[in-house]
Design a protein around this ligand. Structure first.
Ligand code: BES
Ligand code: MN
Ligand code: ZN
Length: 502
């Protein structure tokens, strides 16, 4: 897709389609008004006759509107003018893109970027429009033998901005939107890949691709032999039931000074989680291929970061592993010695994510990080707590938590904080080891984070539980969402001091 910005009036556009908003009830936006005047009331006549109410997401495609140079005019319902918020804006853009893609306009000039969205500037509106477009046009069809593609797909879109002065802002928004979208698409591609293809070695290959593509990226793959030497027995135990070797990919992006402490992102990379000996019920088990969604998001954020060429140092860790039942598998009752030296009694082999992450989190101490953020499809309990709308955020460091919530708010990639009080730790007490890997039914998301917090004392740390947000379940709509690449990249953009709004 080709994006650009322009500052022009609607009647002067010579395009396959121009896109303008109509509010409820039957009220023309300022731009639609201009078209109406030129066309001598053609549009307002249609509205009067009841062809379009203006409800959010309604579409009416017109051909050969009198005195208009463009072939088509797409009227887009935007709901009540005063109620237009961020979520609605994104939905309207998505619907518009789908309509354009299906109705043969290969290019369009879109005036929806001039709508008033409370508290949001041109930068935000253009960037969100670019991201929503790319999100909408994504499809994963590399494994289909017959690919269904529109006959005349949308190829070029111009977003209009109110004044010429805002053109550079719009251009920056496009660059950022494209950079973020690239990472989101990388995340979706690896996450959607089936587990017979996407195993820990496949994740390592993706890391290598990044290294080959970008000069500032170098990678190191920690294999089972090196894990053994490092004492990562907990991580290794989880992978022992699988024929696929565990592999931890360490991606180093050096955009800042050599002595600048890095930000470290750690992603849970269970390329399949059967539950192991504590095996999961069969229904929907295929979706546990998405248990590497954290690693996919870290890979995606590293891709965005490299694409945007940000002047900071970031290390991304993909903790690749597969959890399978087998004669050689680890079992409930086992006591493992983690890389930190602390011992864990395994009460359930399905609480494996924390056992992999704890060693990865100890491993990254060597980088003397400025901050560490782990991203994991860690607990089903997070879906119970927050549903599929928000990522769970837990942190022992208030400023870091607020920075992430801020990034979440800016990017529209929702997150909500849960507490991480000491009170919860007693749920992990064990009679035989330092603690167990199972906190019981109450507050499962928090006790999982408490477990991780025992391994993150040497740096500022935050944990993102993406169990509910990493993918969409179900029938034909199933697929990776690419979350929370946007939030992470926004956090990195903010950290690098990149200029964004006005
Ligand atoms: N990967 C799962 C968590 C999960 C389940 C994410 C469903 C998304 C959808 C994790 O490894 C797991 O199995 N967690 C257990 C923990 C329990 C045994 C303490 C869970 O959530 O049931
Ligand atoms: Mn599990
Ligand atoms: Zn898991």
């Amino acid at each position: 897709m080709e994006f650009s910005v322009k500052s022009g009036s609607p009647e002067k556009q010579r395009s396959a389609c121009i896109v303008v908003g109509v509010f409820e009830p039957r009220r023309l936006s300022a731009i639609a008004e201009q078209l109406d005047e030129i066309s001598e009331g053609y549009i307002s006549n249609l509205l009067r006759r009841g062809d379009l109410e203006g409800k959010s997401g309604q579409m009416l495609l017109l051909h050969h509107v009198p005195n208009i140079l463009s072939e088509r005019v797409l009227l887009v319902g935007c709901g009540k003018e005063r109620e237009l918020d961020e979520r609605q804006y994104r939905q309207i853009i998505s619907k518009t893109i789908n309509t354009l893609n299906e109705t043969g306009s290969m290019e369009a000039v879109c005036f929806l970027s001039e709508l008033h969205v409370k508290g949001r500037d041109t930068y935000w509106k253009v960037r969100q429009a670019v991201e929503a477009t790319q999100d909408c046009l994504y499809s994963f069809n590399s494994l289909k033998t017959r690919k269904e593609e529109p006959r005349r797909p949308l190829r070029k879109i111009v977003f209009n901005v109110p004044t010429r002065r805002e053109l550079p802002i719009g251009e920056r928004a496009i660059a950022h939107g494209l950079g973020v979208s690239e990472g989101i698409s990388t995340c979706k591609n690896v996450a959607n890949m089936p587990p017979n293809i996407c195993n820990p070695a496949y994740l390592a290959e993706q890391a290598k691709i990044l290294e080959n593509e970008y000069e500032k990226v170098s990678t190191h793959i920690v294999d089972e032999k090196e894990m053994e030497e490092l004492g990562m027995s907990s991580y290794l135990a989880v992978g022992r039931g699988s024929v696929n070797e565990s592999m931890m990919s360490v991606i180093n992006y050096q955009g800042g000074e050599a002595d600048q402490a890095p930000i470290v992102l750690v992603g849970k990379g269970l390329t399949f989680d059967s539950g192991g000996i504590s095996i999961k019920p069969g229904e929907g088990m295929d979706e546990m291929k998405y248990d590497m969604g954290g690693a996919a998001a870290v890979l995606g954020a590293m891709h965005s970061l490299a694409e945007l060429d940000l002047p900071i140092n970031v290390i991304g860790v993909l903790a690749g592993c597969e959890n399978m039942p087998d004669a050689n598998a680890y079992r409930p009752g086992d006591i493992l010695t983690t890389m930190s030296g602390q011992t864990v009694e395994v009460l359930n082999t399905d609480a494996e994510g924390r056992l992999v992450l704890c060693d990865a989190l100890t491993y990254v101490e060597r980088f003397e990080p400025e901050a560490v953020i782990d991203v994991a499809t860690l607990t089903g309990a997070c879906i119970v707590a927050l549903g599929k709308h928000a990522t769970g955020l837990m942190s022992s460091h208030n400023p870091l938590a607020h920075e992430l919530l801020n990034a979440s708010e800016q990017s529209g990639d929702r997150a909500w904080r849960l507490p991480l009080w000491d009170d919860y730790h007693e749920q992990l007490e064990s009679p035989f080891a330092d603690f167990t890997n199972l906190g019981g039914r109450a507050a499962g998301t928090i006790t999982a984070a408490c477990f991780l917090s025992k391994f993150t004392k040497k740096y500022n740390w935050a944990h993102l539980d993406i169990a509910g947000t990493a993918w969409r379940s179900g029938g034909k709509d199933k697929g990776s969402t690419g979350r929370p690449v946007n939030m992470l990249t926004q956090f990195l953009l903010n950290r690098s001091g990149a200029e964004q709004g006005e």
